[in-house]
Design a binder for this molecule. Structure first.
Ligand code: SF4
Length: 267
């Protein structure tokens, strides 16, 4: 099927120039290259501009509660392991309200993909600081001197929490992003794709990201090497940084054969 066949026909209501259009195109291209049947794929989101994405795709979709995309996606995958489950959302949804779920989804290593569209701001509620907003970003009246706290480091935190695939893409490179999402879907385990996806309305300066982003293919299975790289890079590196397949959750296990409980019921 061609990428267009994975679009629902619902017209996106994102602002002109929003980075999320490219992410939608990248997802549909990856599904097309995989020749995925729409009924075998579920897109799950929380709340926010980016969380509207499942409505624009031709696949099963769940547009849920703020910050809860990952527990819903986990439940779907555990109940229906053959489905391709892709969770998604923005930086506020995923790293603030859903921050706890992010840590534990990485730790459990459920075989799902999580695409975080990071524009360093709460766009849908008109531009408040989010967990990834730069310390001195002073565009919001709520934080006139900037949030004055260090921004959250999504890739480093994913690594420390146990994600087995970590990559970063940019909405200005939809082909590269499509390839990355393809690799994330093919990866067995929790695959985190951090996407720098500009909010042109509340952060017009993000149009300069295309000059700052640079390719950095550091595919390593060594967490120490990945951690060292992530602590040194400038936040604009793009590529697959870490890939280290390990047991996925839930682990298959046999029913107890000779437990006291079983013996008790057999009596
Ligand atoms: Fe995109 Fe920002 Fe507009 Fe939301 S407010 S649709 S994130 S440009």
């Amino acid at each position: 099927m061609k990428p267009k066949a994975y679009k629902s026909g619902v017209k996106p209501i994102w602002c002109p120039g929003c980075g999320h259009y490219s992410v939608l195109n990248a997802i549909t291209k990856a599904l097309s290259v995989l020749d995925q049947q729409p009924e075998d794929c579920v897109l799950v989101s929380g709340i926010g501009c980016s969380a509207r994405l499942p409505a624009y795709a031709n696949a099963y979709g769940f547009h849920g509660v703020h910050g809860r995309a990952l527990p819903v996606a986990t439940g779907i995958k555990v109940a229906r392991p053959k489905l391709n489950v892709i969770a998604m959302g923005g930086d506020g949804d995923g790293f603030s309200i859903g921050g706890n779920h992010f840590l534990h989804a990485c730790r459990r290593n459920v075989d799902i993909v999580y695409i975080a569209m990071d524009n360093e701001v709460y766009g849908m509620t008109k531009g408040q600081a989010s967990p990834t907003t730069p310390e001195l970003w002073d565009h919001s009246k709520l934080t006139p001197h900037g949030p004055e706290v260090r921004p959250f480091q999504p890739c480093s935190i994913a690594l420390a929490s146990g994600a087995s695939f970590i990559a970063r893409g940019h909405s200005g490179d939809p082909n590269g992003l499509a390839k990355m999402i393809y690799e994330a879907i093919e990866h067995p385990g929790f695959a985190f794709v951090h996407v720098l996806s500009q909010c042109i309305t509340y952060c017009p300066e993000q149009s300069e990201w295309k000059e700052r982003v640079h390719d950095e293919e550091v595919v390593t299975a060594d967490p120490t090497e990945a951690a060292t790289f992530l602590q040194r890079e400038d936040g604009f590196s793009k590529g697959v940084f870490y890939r280290n397949p390990r047991d996925v959750w839930p682990m298959p296990h046999q029913p107890p054969q000779d437990s006291n409980l079983r013996k008790g019921f057999e009596l």
